[in-house]
Design a protein around this ligand. Sequence first.
Ligand SMILES: Cc1cc2nc3c(=O)[nH]c(=O)nc-3n(C[C@H](O)[C@H](O)[C@H](O)COP(=O)(O)OP(=O)(O)OC[C@H]3O[C@@H](n4cnc5c(N)ncnc54)[C@H](O)[C@@H]3O)c2cc1C
Length: 443
Amino acid sequence: MPDVLIAGAGPTGLLTAFELERAGVDVLVLERDAAPATQSKALGLQPRSVEVLADRGLLAALEPHVQAKLPAGHFSGVPIDYTDLPTSFPYQLGVEQAHVAAAIEARLRTPVRRGAGVTAVVPDDEGVTITAGGREHRAGWLVAADGGHSTVRSLLGAAFPGRAARISLVVADVTLAAKPAGLADAWSLPAGASGYLLPLSGGRYRTIVFGEEQQKLGRDEPVTTEEVQRALTNAHGPGLEVGEVLWASRFGDASRQLEHYRHGRVLFAGDAAHIHLPVGGQGLNLGLQDAVNLGWKLAATVRGTAPAGLLDSYHDERHPVAARVLVSTRAQAVLGVPDPDAAAVREVVTGLLAVPEARRAVAAELSGLGVTYPGITGRATDVPASADGRAVLVGAAVPPGWAGRVEGREGAAPRLVRPDGYVAWAGGPGLEEALHRWLGASA
Ligand SMILES: Cc1cc2nc3c(=O)[nH]c(=O)nc-3n(C[C@H](O)[C@H](O)[C@H](O)COP(=O)(O)OP(=O)(O)OC[C@H]3O[C@@H](n4cnc5c(N)ncnc54)[C@H](O)[C@@H]3O)c2cc1C
């Protein structure tokens, strides 16, 4: 019997599994789809996610698939310069989500079980019994990373407050039979919030459109080549001819967040916990950061060494971060509305974002580098994670009783670095307190 079951082999579920396995926990990932996704919703990673993947040795496998290193993020299409961000990766890494998921999955010890959609969840005081792919599974804990339409969320009747979608968009990957001269063939920032056409590898192009036609069609209406052609002709004029629609999907700007990320022995992460318009490239990154925050806390809980409240600190730390992203994406959506008054606000905001301090504040949010938690003094990107998911104590002797629970390292700047890379103590008094708070009672 595994220690932890994970519903969903999207990037969130896979990285949670990786983090748990790294810490010596037995995991089984159950995925509804029969085969790994070959199509990607997200096309990029924000700097904090790149830092985390690099730290875990997962970046090298992505290198062959990197299409761009964009020196800026964007706020509703307004470029936000990243070049002076305090990181070794001051750019958005243009890499398709399917490659990110595949790179993480390739490093799991236990293969993902596919064609195993979760259809029933019965939690009790000691664990969770689920039905997936017609079979029963039991473990002490379940991580629900089964995406925006989370079955686990519905089965548990978990409140998911927010608001329904008001606009409807189409994402499509297409080949072009003909294209007008001057159509960009390199990655650049989206021209505006109203949609874009971006070259991918292998002669594919990614487009997102949300014209009047999309607003009239129902959410479950299939996307036709004709609809994509009409939208692209509207946006780019004649001369652009769609060859084949390789993948298309409708999505909206629903904005919702779980009230509680923990429901007893079930923990929610990624899109299962929060959904919003994918403007500014935030969703995948939120999910990856949920995973690295939850992984070590759940591992310590499984081992029985977690201090009181550690697992609940996952909700306490991560809920406000996604809540802020929901605010940001709603604001960005308003700026993109094709309306003269929205255009006026956009003009004012664009001006404000040219002010260095304002730009830096927004860059910190979008990049994920500005994320911090109560009692945390920052990230320690110069302190590589321990191979087995332990905390790292730099530049100070490991106090008696803590050997084995924390990896000691030489270093000039004293720090206690949590397994997710955040600094819980930075010299001076308070080391014992930090050890107790994050690692539990000394052995
Ligand atoms: C058009 C578009 C563009 C986007 N662009 C970006 C971007 O540029 N940057 C960014 O950061 N984010 C972007 N996002 C958001 C990003 O794609 C999501 O936030 C991300 O996929 C979340 O990952 P996840 O693992 O939480 O969920 P998902 O990727 O949805 O994975 C959930 C997994 O669970 C599986 N599953 C579902 N039900 C069950 C079940 N009952 N049992 C078992 N398995 C189940 C699914 O098959 C899937 O594999 C975009 C989204 C869209 C729609």
